[in-house]
Design a protein. Structure first.
Length: 221
């Protein structure tokens, strides 16, 4: 069910406020970790694990995309990234997981792993934006159609909405930039990036999160 309450909107708003208004990136990182500890309250073991895993994966992805000239941060601290970016993707995924209530798949389908590998590798090796966008569009359609559910669609749409807000704020406040500027192709490309990413989280992290949820329910009886 797609249900967003005031606390969830406040969590996202203050997160963006910290990123934009912090005097430097180390203060932003510390403030974000404190705020997320407060606003998420308690994390389960599986939530914590996938926060770490997804953060690591997207650190590697960011570095590859920057080296490939896809985009760049304007005030990097280490490896071309600001300090807060090292945990940002872990937050985006966890925020969507906590906000949009879905029933995840029970198992990870084998086709997901090679598809995810192609998706993440593409940012590092494909320079032609038209080819990149075409590939990601095909992947997105496949992820939406495969085992189609309406709650999965809401899940993807919410992440797409966040991507528009975050990217426009980031570009407006000069946090990062795209070589060709903000045009229709770039706009579509970052929507594809974020939406595909959350659907891979749905298919890969989701089964583990679902099993943990069911285990907790069984213990409650």
């Amino acid at each position: 069910m797609f249900k967003v309450n005031l606390n969830q909107l406040l969590q996202l708003f203050i997160t963006l406020l910290i990123i934009v208004l912090s005097p430097n990136n180390i203060i932003a990182l510390i403030a974000l970790l404190i705020w997320w500890k407060i606003s998420f309250k308690r994390l389960t073991k599986t939530e914590s694990l996938f926060f770490i895993i997804s953060s690591i994966i997207y650190i590697v992805g960011d570095i590859g995309a920057i080296k490939n000239g896809f985009f760049k941060f304007n005030k990097p601290d280490f490896l071309g990234l600001p300090y807060w970016e090292f945990v940002a993707w872990g937050f985006w995924f966890l925020h969507v997981h906590r906000t949009v209530k879905v029933t995840y798949p029970k198992n990870i389908y084998p086709i997901i792993y090679p598809t995810a590998f192609i998706f993440f590798l593409s940012f590092s090796v494909i320079k032609d934006q038209t080819i990149l966008m075409s590939l990601h569009t095909i992947i997105l359609l496949g992820l939406i159609i495969y085992q189609f559910k309406y709650d999965k669609l809401f899940y993807a749409l919410y992440m797409c909405s966040i991507s528009i807000i975050v990217e426009l704020i980031g570009i407006h406040f000069n946090l990062w930039q795209y070589p060709q500027g903000l045009n229709a192709q770039v706009f579509f490309q970052f929507c594809l990036l974020w939406t595909n990413s959350i659907l891979f989280y749905y298919f890969i992290a989701g089964p583990f999160l679902e099993r943990e949820k069911q285990a907790h329910k069984e213990l409650a009886y």
